[in-house]
Design a protein around this ligand. Structure first.
Ligand code: SF4
Length: 284
């Protein structure tokens, strides 16, 4: 378990759009951003064509090769969708997994609110060690997601308590390697719900008791405002992400593996000629 500041992350969205299915989705930021980008598309900005249909679920063949051009990094998969959305085709999901399998130098973080679907389809995919699979739990009523996640054959299984919307007094983290926590940022209609320091503290306490690495991403807009946080541009920080202002016991950004060691083990074996893939092998 390492204790690091957050690494530079990238996002890869081979799919976009989604459908709401739990209280954690109510203020979905994807809906807000996708709708905004869709309006820009209709204003004639071609680069936003992926969002021409706004929040409607779509698969994008033209994005499947993106990871092959990247060096060692952490890549969040489908920050604007859900890889296991009910309209996703198995064929496309398998192509996404193929790309992840063929890029062992990238840590892929896949977060879903549909872990029962992952379990149902698991035999169709190769969960190589560079694929981390997680589910998000906002309220006690979603704790059942963890039961499904526990059975998924991923090297790292994680639970994102984001946005944390109530006190979760008891959670069984057996078989879980990593927990992230965060309060809500403004979403659809700029709405955001409260998060309390006691709720975050209780999650951290349970991680410590059950020896699970914990990463506090942000306190959320409600606490950020209350605690007078400001962002890099000097405006009120509506993510509540000013780490130095977190109470000391919540200044925790741990990973379940030594991420620095993972990222520095790779060496490029083919010179990157413009327009061709990059290839990396482990030094060890
Ligand atoms: S699962 Fe995620 S992306 Fe989909 S509606 Fe819910 S919050 Fe939005």
């Amino acid at each position: 378990m390492t204790n690091l500041t957050e690494h530079t992350r990238r996002v890869w969205n081979p799919m976009t759009g989604c459908t709401k299915l739990s209280p954690g989705c109510d203020n979905c930021y994807v809906e807000r951003i996708a709708s905004r980008l869709s309006e820009r598309y209709f204003d004639g900005e071609e680069k936003y064509h992926s969002y021409a249909l706004g929040f409607t679920f779509r698969e994008h063949l033209d994005r499947l090769l993106d990871p092959y051009y990247l060096g060692p990094s952490i890549l969040e998969v489908n920050s604007m969708s859900d890889l296991f959305h009910e309209n996703a085709t198995l064929e496309f999901q398998q192509m996404v997994f193929k790309a992840m399998n063929e890029c062992p130098h990238i840590l892929f973080q896949v977060l879903t609110k549909r872990p029962e679907r992952v379990l149902e389809l698991a035999d169709n995919f190769n969960f190589t060690p560079n694929i981390w699979l997680g589910t998000s739990v906002a309220v006690n009523g979603s704790l059942g997601y963890i039961e499904h996640l526990r059975q998924v054959p991923a090297a790292v299984r994680f639970v994102a308590f984001e946005p944390l919307l109530e006190l979760i007094q008891d959670v069984n983290l057996d078989g879980i390697h990593w927990v992230t926590v965060g309060g809500e940022s403004p979403g659809w209609g700029n709405a955001m719900r409260a998060c309390e320091l006691e709720w975050i503290s209780r999650i951290v306490q349970q991680c410590d008791e059950q020896k699970v690495a914990v990463f506090i991403k942000q306190l959320g807009g409600f606490l950020g405002k209350k605690m007078g946080m400001v962002n890099a541009k000097g405006f009120p920080d509506l993510k509540g992400g000013e780490f130095e202002k977190f109470p000391l016991h919540l200044q925790r950004r741990e990973y379940p593996i030594d991420v620095d060691a993972f990222l520095s083990q790779w060496v490029e074996v083919e010179s990157p000629i413009k327009g061709t893939f990059r290839k990396w092998i482990s030094k060890s």
